[in-house]
Design a protein around this ligand. Sequence first.
Ligand code: HEC
Length: 172
Amino acid sequence: MRLFTCLLVLAMPILAEDTSRYDLGHEATSEDIANIDIDVMPDGRGLPPGEGTVTNGEAVYQQQCAACHGVSGEGGPNDALVSTPANAGKKTIGSHWPYATTVFDYIRRSMPYDRPGSLSDNDVYALTSYLLYRNQLIARDVTLDADSLHRIEMPARALFVPDDRKGGMPIK
Ligand code: HEC
């Protein structure tokens, strides 16, 4: 308690000061905001323009993902992304993701693990196409874009219930 009071007393003059004199940073421009405003909703809102094929996705995957997720989408040091008879029961994109749109969102914001944000939107569409194809959810000749991606029905959709809590105790 005494430490807390001390810290508060020390902080007060700082809080009271006019911080404009530090002259740090700048007001966020619309470009700054656009760079981080990349969330994609399950219904597809927020998907950017662009498209990608399974073939392009395979090439990017082998170059940038296979080392961690295995050359065929499983059997690597990190999460299996592709369901196979050998890994039945494991959580993969095919068995556990309720929306294809959020696969796109996840890859774009967080993969490759060691270089998040480095992929172009077309590469992310292509990778999503490739991984959906490997999970036998789309055909090899499909090209995915914002419109087609949100129409894909994922088999795992039925495993989830909508979270309709409005506050208070968690009830499901
Ligand atoms: C350096 C290793 C590494 C690389 C390279 C990498 N990943 Fe990952 N990936 C991970 C790790 C670790 C996780 C688990 C992250 C977590 O649970 O927080 C993960 C998780 C994922 C998941 C979520 C799996 C799930 O079902 O929860 C997807 C999808 C994915 N990665 C796709 C990709 C794609 C596509 C690429 C290539 C562009 C890629 N990753 C490259 C390490 C990597």
